[in-house]
Design a protein around this ligand. Structure first.
Ligand SMILES: Cc1cc2nc3c(=O)[nH]c(=O)nc-3n(C[C@H](O)[C@H](O)[C@H](O)COP(=O)(O)OP(=O)(O)OC[C@H]3O[C@@H](n4cnc5c(N)ncnc54)[C@H](O)[C@@H]3O)c2cc1C
Length: 392
């Protein structure tokens, strides 16, 4: 029976433990330097959708939906998944990749339908939809709460005997003769293990570097803006506007806005050092776009901003991979869209540990291998959208 140590108490560490339990592995310890959900997971906008061009990612998201929809039954907690649907609007320039991507999504079982701008307007009556060519609606999409989800998972994991140690910062990975043997904490304690999973986001980089493993992950500062619409909006779907390149969804009675043109995401050197509020420039840009798109909201006001840090790779896709060191695995580099695929990522990691390959339909494990970067074989959508960041 393997003894597994998972470094990182974010959603990826938690879902990996959850999936390992499902395979009968019970000797699991999660080591979290701070508190569960204190990293990117606690800051996520939480958008859940399967709209991806890369088949393996689309399939990870589809697999994950079952967890989000059935969490209450599976782990006994309400994780606050608001299944309001996910709406994507595009301009003429993106018609071809959009329809090709939708066809691919449907071919693996994603429920998504193309709808007219008039039908989209019924869902978002305050929006101006005149400059869109078409829309699609994914009814099973929506948004979740990263903090509630990871806390719910942690509570469940504890009931199943998983040890979750908070305030347990790993200083060093221990390996000899090409095989991992455990980790050493900053206080000198050694935790032995047959298998170590590094799921520590951008903080994974310095953990693996001393072993000669180079993770091409750059921490990036992300800014989002919360706008008070000062009116009742009902329950509209999450709206991904690929004309003005922004996304928006309800957060309580307010609206959370983000930019999808890349300008609100900037590289930083230290994943722990970034402002806790958005810049005036980002606020103004977001507010301008929001006002233009939603003329029906008569008296909007910026109420607050949220910021965070995402762990981006060169192809904006995750590393879910074995390494050259036996027993040492990595699940990091979620590139700002790891929440919606997290149950699938955890399952794929458990598959790699136990079976050595993916058992999730339509997910190719090799797509997420670490060596793809050195090989120049990046994981990119065959249907890229003009003007949008490559995470669709
Ligand atoms: C503002 C924002 C908006 C986002 N919006 C979305 C969205 O709409 N949809 C979506 O799917 N995704 C979104 N994401 C991305 C998503 O939240 C992340 O991809 C996901 O939460 C990453 O989970 P993780 O477990 O890999 O990392 P984290 O949650 O960062 O967890 C890593 C953990 O490792 C711990 N750690 C680090 N070093 C050590 C060490 N040495 N020893 C022990 N523990 C250590 C950290 O403290 C941290 O808790 C967003 C992210 C942000 C920041």
């Amino acid at each position: 029976m393997s003894k597994v140590v998972i470094i990182g108490g974010g959603i990826i560490g938690a879902t990996t433990a959850y999936a390992l339990l499902g395979k009968g592995i019970t000797d699991i310890t999660i080591l979290e330097r701070d508190t569960v959900g204190s990293g990117g997971t606690g800051k996520t906008a939480g958008i859940i959708r399967c709209h991806y061009g890369v088949t393996s990612i689309c399939a990870l998201a589809l697999y994950s939906l079952d967890f989000f929809e059935n969490a209450k039954e599976l782990i006994g907690t309400d994780i606050e998944f608001e299944q309001v649907g996910y709406l994507v609007g595009i301009g003429e320039e993106n018609l071809e990749p959009f329809r090709a991507s939708l066809a691919n999504q449907r071919s693996i079982g994603v429920e998504t339908e193309e709808i007219t701008p008039a039908a989209a307007k019924e869902l978002w009556p305050t929006a101006n939809v005149d400059d869109f060519a078409t829309f699609c609606l994914e009814k099973r999409g929506g948004y979740g709460d990263g903090y509630a989800t990871v806390q719910g998972l942690a509570a469940y994991l504890r009931t199943q005997g998983v040890a979750i140690k908070q305030g347990a910062k790993v200083a060093e990975l221990l390996a000899a003769d090409g095989k991992v043997s455990g980790v050493k904490l900053v206080d000198g304690e050694i935790v032995e293990a047959d298998v170590v999973v590094v799921a520590a986001g951008a903080w994974s980089v310095p953990l693996l570097a001393p072993l000669g493993i180079d993770l091409p992950i750059t921490p990036q500062f992300v800014q989002e803006v919360v706008i008070d619409p000062a009116m009742e909006l009902g329950t509209p779907p999450v709206f991904s506007d690929l004309v003005s390149m922004q996304y928006v969804h309800l957060r309580g009675p307010e609206l959370l806005f983000g930019n999808s043109d890349g300008t609100s995401v900037t590289p930083i050197t230290d994943p722990d050092v970034y402002p806790n509020h958005a810049s005036n420039e980002a606020i103004e840009r977001t507010a301008e776009k929001a006002i233009l798109r939603f003329p029906g909201i008569e008296d909007p006001g910026v109420s607050t901003t949220t910021t965070g840090q995402v762990d981006s790779t060169p192809d904006n896709n995750a590393i879910i991979s074995a390494t050259d060191i036996s027993g040492l695995f990595v699940a990091a580099g979620m590139s700002g869209h790891g929440f919606k695929i997290s149950p699938g990522v955890g399952r794929l990691m458990a598959d790699l540990i136990v079976e050595g390959d993916s058992t999730i339909p339509n997910v190719k494990a090799s797509d997420f291998r670490l060596s793809r970067f050195a090989e120049g074989d990046l994981l990119l959508s065959p249907y890229p959208y003009v003007g949008a960041v490559g995470i669709r």
